[in-house]
Design a protein around this ligand. Structure first.
Ligand SMILES: [Zn+2]
Length: 343
């Protein structure tokens, strides 16, 4: 039987295939692998499993709003929701999802969480031991000073054991946030780096998942992003600092589409915990896409409300999910073990 490390290597390979032909993911993956020193998915899953126990809070941050309308894209929320399900089912942890503090983004994230099979509960409720199979959604400040205060308060109150950023807009060396075209999107995005900084002060595990170089966590390979990603070194906005994000995390996971990094990490955790039902199903994938677009989420590449992410149609996302399950469990169909909850 393949070792977890070997399974991690296969998953890394699968989710880092350059399906979009952007010519950068291979560079980002190689750079991250050189820094981490073992398969990225394996390392991230192992560290999460070691860090997170029953009833421990885990913060999962996502959010990229696409110009010109600044609507939340479909890449990010689905991967975040997938991780929330796995953390609940496999580890008994409490997923708290964090995004931009605007109604549209909050609604899209709630839709993804429900699509993956969890209930959305207020933060004060989810921390009660009896609330299984639920997650909370929290809007985090765009304002710098408020963000700094909120980061401390959140970590004081929740004492999370891990902070995961997936497809989360990250800032460059001049504190400016950029989209992939190198435009300044700072005033539309939460200043979540304060959460990373606070987590690191408290020795809390930090994980970053990204596909383009401008996401939280990419500071681990900032030199690679500057060298290989368009606008990585010099952006199109007046800051001229490039889109390369500077925040560093303990484990950086790259993927051709960030959601896939989330799915692979969820699958690896499910495998390590011997709970195949922890990884969401193709039906969940279908439902998540349907629900998030019903709340207005757009394909960030196409700018259109449809069941695709990064210009890749739903069927391919379902196929990648099926391949992840097949690689890890050698079974094409999910085994769902129904569980009666009495409270
Ligand atoms: Zn700039």
């Amino acid at each position: 039987m393949a070792s977890y490390e070997t399974l991690g290597k296969w998953l890394d390979t699968l989710v880092n295939i350059d399906i979009l032909g952007r010519g950068i993911i291979d560079k980002l993956y190689t750079g991250a692998y050189e820094k981490i020193g073992e398969p990225l998915i394996y390392r991230a899953a192992r560290e999460i499993k070691e860090a997170v126990g029953k009833n421990d809070a885990v913060l999962i941050m996502t959010g990229f709003r696409t110009p010109p309308l600044y609507v939340q894209e479909t890449d990010g929320p689905l991967g975040a929701a997938s991780l929330a399900r796995t953390i609940d089912i496999c580890l008994g942890g409490k997923p708290i999802l964090i995004t931009e503090p605007v109604d549209a983004s909050l609604r899209i994230l709630k839709a993804a969480v429900r699509g993956v099979g969890l209930s959305v509960m207020p933060i004060e409720e989810i921390c009660k031991e009896s609330y299984k199979h639920s997650a909370s959604i929290v809007g985090f400040p765009i304002d710098e000073e408020k963000a700094k205060e909120d980061a401390k308060r959140l970590l004081d109150e929740l004492n999370p054991r891990a902070v995961i950023a997936i497809e989360k807009a990250g800032r460059n060396s001049k504190n400016v946030y950029h989209n992939q075209s190198g435009l300044d999107i700072s005033k539309y995005h939460a200043k979540v780096e304060h959460i990373i900084t606070e987590a690191q002060k408290r020795d809390i595990l930090t994980i970053g998942i990204g596909d383009g170089g401008n996401e939280v966590g990419m500071g681990v390979i900032e030199d690679v992003v500057r060298k290989h990603v368009p606008y990585g070194d010099v952006c199109q906005c007046p800051c001229k600092g490039g889109i390369a994000a500077t925040s560093k995390v303990d484990v950086l996971v790259t993927a051709a589409i960030s959601n896939w990094g989330g799915y692979a990490l969820s699958g690896m955790l499910a495998r390590m915990c011997n709970k195949p039902e922890g990884l969401h199903t193709q039906e969940n994938e279908d439902l998540m896409f349907t629900l998030v677009i019903s709340e207005g989420a757009i394909d960030g590449d196409k700018g259109i409300v449809e069941r695709s992410a990064d210009n890749v149609e739903l069927g391919i996302h379902k196929s990648v999910l099926a391949l992840i399950r097949q690689i890890l469990f050698h079974r094409p169909h999910p085994v769902i073990r129904g569980e009666i909850i009495s409270v």
